[in-house]
Design a protein around this ligand. Structure first.
Ligand SMILES: NC(=O)c1ccc[n+]([C@@H]2O[C@H](COP(=O)([O-])OP(=O)(O)OC[C@H]3O[C@@H](n4cnc5c(N)ncnc54)[C@H](OP(=O)(O)O)[C@@H]3O)[C@@H](O)[C@H]2O)c1
Length: 248
């Protein structure tokens, strides 16, 4: 498939590597000129392009940028056909994203993104830590293969997103519509806890929406204390241990 990835940080970089390795035609962009993209991102065949080129004539566009940067890319997507699948990986972190009143008031994060972009989206790869995404993928059929939750309102987006999640080395778990996607937001039992499909199935409905923000903020505080920087991600061993203790 022709895939454009906007954002090649912790998550976008791995998506570029895995999706190009799986045989997709992958173009990647960040906010600067293409020559600023780390060559390591292109090691399996992805091409560095401008952000305008990354969203042009694509079957799938993946946005892997901080939530508060979504409004910046919204104008770029106005010419993208409605049938194109746009997948967002973003999570809301008040300390990084500045206060977004609608989300503070309880709006589901993916519905806010959909509103900003003015088009259907899918949500995926938001509920796995960057180190797990980079190192824990396994071939389909592995008994202990980790699953990644996805959500979408259109069946076409759901089917395609689940297929691409599989191509990155993980089972895909359908949490339902975007309105249901709070079940895969930070603080939820299936968020960054590296579970199999059957383990997610057993836990997904135990999420308590009103408790998610407090649990998320506890995790952020613990990670900040340990990493001493908002831009460094914990390794999978610590990140998953922390998420399981706080969220499950
Ligand atoms: N880190 C994780 O473990 C993790 C896990 C799941 C989901 N997420 C979510 O996934 C998203 C990406 O996270 P990340 O950790 O990969 O972020 P990151 O390492 O900070 O990388 C962000 C990327 O977005 C690019 N970007 C920002 N604004 C842009 C714009 N207007 N146009 C084009 N590119 C832009 C940045 O490019 P420049 O360098 O040019 O600014 C950079 O390549 C976030 O919403 C995050 O919440 C993260």
């Amino acid at each position: 498939m022709k895939i454009g990835i906007v954002g090649v940080g912790h998550i976008g970089k791995t998506l570029a590597l895995q999706l190009a390795k799986a045989g997709h035609d992958v173009s990647v962009a960040n906010s600067k000129a293409p020559e600023n993209i780390n060559p390591a991102v292109l090691a399996t065949g992805a091409r560095a392009v401008t952000v305008q080129q990354a969203v042009q004539d694509k079957e799938v566009i993946i946005l892997s940028i901080p939530l508060n940067r979504i409004p910046e890319v919204a104008p770029l997507l106005t010419g993208v056909p409605q049938e194109t699948t746009v997948i967002d990986t973003a999570n809301y972190y008040p300390a990084r994203d500045s206060r977004i009143d609608e989300i503070e008031a309880g709006q589901v994060e993916s519905l806010w993104v959909k509103q900003q972009l003015g088009r259907p989206i899918a949500k995926a790869w938001n509920a796995i830590g960057s180190d797990s995404l980079a190192t824990k993928g396994k071939p389909a059929g592995s008994s202990d293969r980790i699953a990644i939750p996805i959500a979408a309102d259109r069946d076409s987006d759901r089917t395609l997103t689940m297929k691409l999640v599989e191509d990155t080395g993980f089972d895909a778990f359908d949490t339902g519509s975007l309105a249901d996607s709070w079940r895969q937001q930070p603080g939820a039992p299936i968020y960054c806890t590296d579970l199999t499909v059957s383990e997610i199935q057993a836990l997904v409905d135990t999420a308590e929406k009103e408790r998610l923000p407090a649990r998320r903020d506890l995790a952020v505080a613990a990670i900040m204390e340990r990493m001493s920087s908002a831009t460094k991600n914990p390794d999978a061993a610590y990140g998953v241990r922390l998420s399981r203790a706080l969220y499950m």
